[in-house]
Design a protein around this ligand. Structure first.
Ligand code: UT7
Length: 325
């Protein structure tokens, strides 16, 4: 059976210039490089400059992905942009990127699923391509989490960073089996009973302010390992593949201990896991596309490789996707 597959034809990323090493936090907080490294795997992160917005990061990542694909904004039918730190309440950050890349047709919208946002955006883009509503979709994850930090809370402010990654997906005919290139399966989940584990304590209709991030880290950690492994296994089953067929897990980069335990649970060795958390920290929806782009640049992910992507965050919202590059 021939069907439309959403095939990756380009990717790119952008990281703000300012790099903040763990040691910088020692000046203002009771913390240490040693604690941050051993509990999270994070060594440094990038922070956006004053006035640098999520759409600026997203646009640079989008242009890099378009260049990688040999395309321009005119060739794109839709933008799906995952972010929890939009420039404005409205319009969508996606439409700002649409304008900035010179895309004058089609449609653009944001997806709000926090750290799982890129997986959700992939799911939406895949549906648009599978149903024939779009031929080429730009999928972006972009965040400026430095704008929603409580700088006096050492349990959260050392964890996050800013950045953006983008992927160009193009409709190509496939046979409907696991040998096809493109997205083979997605698995999306959320459970609002866990809203209080990870949230921002402000918002337009509640406090009329942006608020700052609050997290019960240990609780999120426990859910993460179980739910990510379950979702990863569901995504593999939907695609008809097993763990030994995965060339690369490209996980959400929140904590190296979560990444390691999840891979172990799924039976994939760390030699086949893309790790960027040491350099980026947790960039929420940007972390997977950033990792994809860095791994392509490192020569890790090659054409034809089978990928498993997985992420979890506020909601709780979580999911996984399999894709043959
Ligand atoms: O991307 C969205 C999904 N988010 C995640 O996946 C995050 C999941 N959670 C985690 O990654 C981890 O739970 C954290 C990294 C947030 C925390 O690590 P932990 O090993 O769970 O530490 P903890 O919260 O149990 O805290 C242990 C100790 C506490 O001190 P006491 O009570 O034992 O005296 C904390 O106060 O570590 C202390 N602590 C710190 N110490 C130095 C917390 N943050 C820091 C810090 N520096 N920055």
């Amino acid at each position: 059976m021939t069907l439309n597959r959403a095939v990756a034809v380009g990717c790119g990323h952008y990281l703000p210039e300012r790099v903040v090493e763990n040691a910088e936090f020692e000046k203002s907080l009771e913390t240490s490089d040693e604690w941050i490294r051993t509990r999270t795997g994070i060594e440094r992160r990038h922070f956006a400059a004053d006035g640098e917005k999520t759409s600026d990061l997203a646009t640079k990542a989008a242009l890099a992905a378009l260049e990688d694909a040999g395309l321009t904004g005119h060739d794109i039918d839709a933008i799906v942009l995952a972010t929890a730190t939009p420039d404005q309440t409205f319009p969508s950050t996606a439409t700002r990127v649409q304008h900035a890349i010179g895309m004058e047709k089609g449609f653009a919208f944001d997806v709000a699923a926090v750290c799982a946002g890129f997986i959700y955006a992939l799911g939406m883009a895949n549906s648009l391509i599978a149903s024939g509503q779009a031929h080429r979709v730009l999928v972006i994850g972009a965040e400026t989490f430095s704008r929603i930090m409580d700088w006096s809370d050492r349990s959260t402010c050392v964890l996050f960073g800013d950045g953006a990654g983008a992927l160009v997906l193009e409709s190509r005919p496939g046979n409907g089996d696991k040998n096809d290139r493109g997205i083979l399966s997605t698995d999306l989940n959320s459970d609002g009973r866990y809203n209080d584990l990870l949230y921002v304590d402000g918002g337009v209709s509640s406090t009329q302010s942006a608020g700052v991030l609050r997290m019960q880290g240990q609780e999120v950690f426990k859910h993460a390992v179980v739910k990510l492994a379950e979702s990863g296994e569901t995504a593999m089953a939907k695609a008809g593949i097993t763990a030994d067929e995965i060339d690369w897990i490209v996980p959400h980069q929140a904590n190296l201990r979560i990444i390691t335990r999840t891979a172990h649970k799924m039976g994939v060795p760390m030699t086949r896991v893309v790790v960027t958390v040491q350099d980026h920290g947790n960039t929420s929806a940007a972390s997977i596309p950033l990792a994809l782009s860095v791994a392509r640049a490192r020569g890790q992910i090659k054409d034809g490789d089978m990928l498993l992507m997985e992420a979890i965050g506020g909601g709780l919202a979580w999911g996984a996707a399999t894709m043959r590059w």
